[in-house]
Design a binder for this molecule. Structure first.
Ligand code: ISE
Length: 363
């Protein structure tokens, strides 16, 4: 592409993907085959052999071992960051410094302070560049529920109940990851559905399943208090053994709505009666991921950001940080967000309890 994104050019956006694990490979595949106006131009991973292996599945894809080299490469217009969360800060900052659009997988970073640094860096740059990968916002059913609640037809939203179950996770998965990598999705869903910040979180530790290592708390039950007084509950159970089950039920003044009761074909055959459950999130949310990446490509070419912003990523990280303290201590923690900068870029959701101090939590 000879012109930079956002200048109305018709050339395809040349996208680099950082991280060639499950999610990076999935995004590479979608960029190479299913997303319009984009081209998979490069992949990067410290494990160069794995990066090469992925690149060889497509044509004309450059390979980098150093993600920062991919970001600064002149033949890369925009970047999908699917690396582990602890390297996101450095990579997102490099994208902002290079003026390149980024789609960063969740969590935005590992703690609220570093996420806030990204909010500030993006604002200092003067233009929105970063979308955070909260794909539920692009799932047709979640989007329809959001629109229905937004229309006001059901009255004021009072309660949300989420279920988030994974069939299984790698053995390395620990209690903290259930909060940071899994619950973080429902943190975003609740902020988005209520249009308010979460002001308090409690993470309860019920008796654990026998299928996890000693000391791992699975399942967990999280309770959020919203700025307007509403509440939300979430069961996260990452080794449920059944399949990838995600549900969200919203209870409003004049009705309720549920997403995730199952769809598709209902079968009676071979002693089986009913539908099927996807094994993992790449299948359940395939349509959402496609729509999310297409929306990101289209917005990047216009020089805009859609979906979750760095502020949303920061707020979600701050809630999870408080959630981790609650998980450790068993008591509720308040979420105090940094004040929004009135001179900065608009945020998608205003801070519920502005405080002059940086993001922090307290019991
Ligand atoms: C994973 O990282 C995801 O993002 C999935 O959506 C989530 O369901 C899973 O629990 C996480 O490990």
């Amino acid at each position: 592409m000879t012109e930079s994104p956002g200048t109305g050019t018709s050339a395809a956006l040349r996208v680099g993907v950082i991280g060639v694990g499950m999610m990076g490979a999935d995004h590479a595949q979608r960029l190479a085959g299913r997303v319009g106006n984009a081209r998979l131009a490069a992949v990067a991973d410290p494990d160069r052999d794995r990066a090469r292996e992925l690149a060889e599945r497509f044509t004309d894809v450059a390979v980098f071992a150093d993600p920062l080299e991919l970001i600064s490469d002149d033949d890369v217009d925009a970047v999908v960051i699917a690396s582990p969360g602890f390297v996101h800060e450095e990579q997102v900052l490099a994208c902002i410094a290079a003026g390149k659009h980024a789609l960063c997988e969740k969590p935005l970073t590992m703690d609220a302070d570093s996420s806030l640094r990204l909010v500030k860096a993006e604002r200092a740059g003067g233009r929105p560049l970063v979308q955070v990968g909260f794909m539920r916002r692009f799932d047709p059913d979640y989007a329809a529920m959001h629109a229905m609640l937004g229309s006001g037809d059901l009255g004021r939203l009072l309660l949300v109940h989420n279920v988030h179950r994974n069939k299984t996770v790698p053995d390395t998965f620990r209690s903290e990851m259930i909060v940071r990598d899994s619950l973080v999705h429902e943190v975003d869903v609740c902020r988005w559905l209520f249009g308010e910040e979460i002001t308090e979180i409690t993470v309860h530790s019920p008796a654990p399943t026998g299928s996890v290592a000693d000391g791992v708390v699975d399942p967990q039950v999280a309770v959020f208090r919203m700025a307007g007084g509403g509440m939300a509950t979430t069961e996260v159970f990452v080794t449920c053994g059944v399949g990838y089950e995600v549900r969200c039920e919203a209870s409003a003044e004049r009705g309720n709505a549920t997403v995730g009761l199952g769809s598709g074909v209902f079968v009676r055959a071979a002693n089986r009666w009913g539908g099927t459950i996807a094994d993992d999130f790449r299948v359940r949310f395939a349509t959402a991921y496609d729509a999310e990446v297409q929306a990101w490509v289209d917005a990047s070419r216009r020089g805009e950001v859609v979906g979750a912003t760095t502020w949303d990523g920061y707020a979600a990280t701050a809630v999870c940080e408080a959630g981790l303290r609650s998980l450790e201590t068993g008591v509720p923690f308040s979420v105090l967000l940094a004040a929004t900068d009135p001179a900065g870029l608009p945020t998608a959701t205003p801070s519920a309890r502005p405080d002059k101090s940086p993001a922090r939590s307290r019991p």
